[in-house]
Design a protein around this ligand. Structure first.
Ligand SMILES: [Zn+2]
Ligand SMILES: [Zn+2]
Length: 390
């Protein structure tokens, strides 16, 4: 077993420059969720060249893909790639590294396919993590039904094997009032912007009364046309996050009440745009898979940092972890102290530290996939743990 596992590291090293180039290319051409045509194309083309059988546009999602490497009857191990960017700040979440690391792990396994234990490796391209819920669509489309376990990595400012994720639900508020001249006839107007501002004030008061891990944050998406017109329309979008999914739904109700109260106070009509089918779920831990990943990380000399309960985000990998055993270790790709979704993180995502994180995580994922294929009992144990923690 160790023989084939020893071969995947050198296989990644042979592809190092190509993987780094792939990562830089994606970074240089940031594409928003569901518009990742270039990234999905480059990754599919790369994987095809390595010997993967490619399906483009899986589950009805144009920029999703699935590459399969089949060596016979055995477990199916999925390695997930993300490649969407953020509006305005590009690859400030480092998804270019996730993409190249996943493709690199797949390529290394393809390079040793003759020696691989029987099973299937799938490299799955999952679009629109930044709010669009690509993995939620792939789950609904049945993409994970035949998958036994899934893994991916995420860039961070340090190595952390498991990071809890908060559940998140998004919620839009549209207020409609009545336009009037703001100086000549203000008493004729109904101010929709006031309703938005009042909603923010209500939410700020609510925030003192919520659990410490919960997060409520919003932006104004429409705030009027000109200062001399009482705004007849204004809108805001809020994200509501909590560690517990039931608490998240309860909190969303309270945030909606904040908007309803604001509508009442200002005399505006309110339309609530709930995005219930696109909620992200908390991350379920799988110690079996994490231990396998950790053991391989240690062979590369990686020193992991303690888990953080203070810096929690949300991701649709959480939804995947609720349907099959899944892990998303955090990989250092930026100097310690660099916050994600920052311009500094965007700049770091193509620096030598990011290349190092990319190559190491590609190796660790490929080694972990070797362990899982060689030892189906490990896959069974991961599944047993998953079922037990339902
Ligand atoms: Zn992000
Ligand atoms: Zn991200």
């Amino acid at each position: 077993m160790s023989a084939v596992k020893d071969l995947v590291g050198p296989a990644v090293d042979r592809l190092a420059d190509e993987l780094d180039t792939l990562s830089r290319r994606i970074h240089e051409h940031p594409e928003l969720g569901y518009q990742e045509v270039k990234a999905a194309g480059w990754l599919s083309e790369f994987l095809e060249r390595q010997g993967f059988k490619m399906e483009r546009g899986v589950a009805g999602v144009d920029t999703a893909f699935r590459g399969t490497l089949d060596t016979g009857d055995g477990p199916t191990i999925a390695i997930l790639c993300e490649y969407d960017a953020l509006p305005a700040i590009g690859h400030a979440c480092g998804h270019n590294v996730i993409a190249a690391a996943g493709a690199g792990a797949g390529a290394a396994l393809a390079a040793v396919r003759a020696q691989l234990p029987k099973g299937r490796i799938q490299v799955i391209g999952t679009p629109a993590e930044e709010g669009g819920g690509g993995k939620v669509k792939l789950i609904r489309g049945g993409v994970f039904e035949a998958v036994d376990v899934a893994m991916m990595i995420h860039g961070f400012d340090r190595w952390i094997m498991h990071q809890d994720l908060l559940g998140i639900v998004r919620c839009g508020f549209e207020f409609t009032g009545k336009a009037a001249h703001a100086a000549a006839d203000p008493w004729e107007g109904v101010n929709a912007l006031d309703a938005v501002i009042q909603t923010f004030n209500n939410v700020s008061m609510l925030r003192q009364q919520v659990r410490p891990e919960a997060r409520i944050h919003g932006i104004v998406t429409s705030g009027g046309a000109a200062p001399n017109i009482i705004p007849e329309f204004a809108a805001a979008t809020f994200y509501v996050r909590a560690a517990d999914i039931d608490y998240m739904w309860a909190l969303q109700k309270r945030v909606i009440s904040c908007a309803e109260g604001a509508a009442r106070a200002t005399g505006c009509a309110l339309k609530v745009i709930e995005q219930r089918d696109n909620a992200y779920e908390p991350m379920k831990r799988n110690a079996t898979l994490l231990d396998a990943f950790r053991a391989n990380a240690r062979t590369l000399g990686i020193v992991e940092s303690p888990e953080s309960r203070e810096r929690m985000g949300s991701s649709d990998i959480g939804n995947v972890s609720q349907v099959i055993p899944a892990i998303q270790p955090m990989v250092q790709i930026a100097p310690e102290g660099t916050p994600i979704h920052s311009r500094a993180f965007e700049a770091a995502a193509v620096e030598p530290l990011a290349r190092d994180g990319l190559l190491k995580s590609a190796k660790i994922m490929a080694m972990t996939a070797c362990d899982l294929l060689a030892n189906p009992a490990l896959v069974k144990e991961a599944r047993r743990e998953f079922e037990a923690s339902r």
